[in-house]
Design a protein around this ligand. Structure first.
Ligand code: 13P
Length: 260
């Protein structure tokens, strides 16, 4: 099969990590390193919301985009502790992760809630990074496609073709997150091809949305994953907190990009 011509995207998900001083060092290093990336490799970081102002200050004018790890399903109102998508936009953010498995599991977010959050993010002008993924039990029961298909369908059902074309989708098998045990490139590619077909069924304009793989991506396995025809980059947890590792993963994306 001919290699697809989509650009690469590597996004760090810092999760609940970071302090001002450490963030500054990490962001400065990422900015410097990203200057060497070819134009068809996009780099982003999704930081804890309290650090959005700092992130904007340090990344504005650089090649690195930024965003958050969740948004509220509401635009404003009496929702103590929530952060609304328009607030995030005030700080120059472009990405919002929605439906991360940690939020689905620990905060009991339903597929329906994830779909509404995706709508709020789109309305505010953000690019939602919609996460889907199966647990180990679900994989072993042969339910991977049923589970990730249902998670994606719930989101797609609420969107027009034009809206769906603005998504990024991340396949993050729950059993691979933070475990050091990545999906093999064959396992990941198989699910990505399935998700690609599902997206294409929504409309031709949706077929090319970036499909990221997440789950124990490291400098050692990134290039092989990114070489797969339906893997357009990565959503990086632990390794995004170490500048050298994160930049090495970005370099792997560059090596597999069209211009790289
Ligand atoms: P790790 O890279 O730490 O496995 O986390 C992946 C992830 O959950 C990114 O959203």
């Amino acid at each position: 099969m001919l290699k697809q011509q989509r650009a690469k995207l590597v996004v760090g998900n810092w999760k609940m990590h970071g302090r001002l001083a450490a963030n500054a060092a990490l962001l400065q290093a990422v900015v410097q390193g990203s200057d060497e990336m070819p134009a068809d490799v996009r780099v982003g970081v999704c930081v804890p919301s309290p650090y959005l102002a700092q992130t904007q200050l340090l990344l504005e004018g650089s090649r690195v985009a930024w965003g958050v790890q969740d948004v509220s399903a509401f635009t404003h109102g009496a929702y103590t502790g929530e952060v609304a998508a328009p607030m995030v936009v005030d700080f120059g953010a472009t990405f919002a992760i929605v439906g991360h498995s940690e939020r689905r599991a620990y905060h009991r977010e339903s597929a329906e809630l994830v779909a509404v959050k995706t709508q709020r993010a789109l309305e505010a002008g953000l690019t939602p990074i919609v996460c889907v993924g199966e647990t180990l039990e679900e994989r072993e029961a042969g339910s991977t496609e049923r589970v990730v298909g249902a998670q994606l369908d719930e989101v797609l059902a609420k969107l027009s073709v034009q809206e769906a074309a603005r998504l990024v989708v991340a396949y993050e098998p729950v059993w691979a997150i933070g475990t050091g045990k990545s999906a093999s490139s064959e396992q990941a590619q198989a699910v990505h091809a399935f998700l690609r077909a599902r997206l294409a069924a929504k409309g031709a304009a949706v077929a090319d949305v970036p499909l990221l793989y997440g789950g124990s991506v490291k400098p050692e396995n990134a290039e092989e994953l990114f070489r797969q025809s339906d893997i357009d980059g990565g959503l990086i947890g632990g390794a995004s907190l170490k500048d050298q590792d994160f930049l090495a993963i970005c370099k792997a994306a560059a090596a597999t990009s069209v211009a790289g």
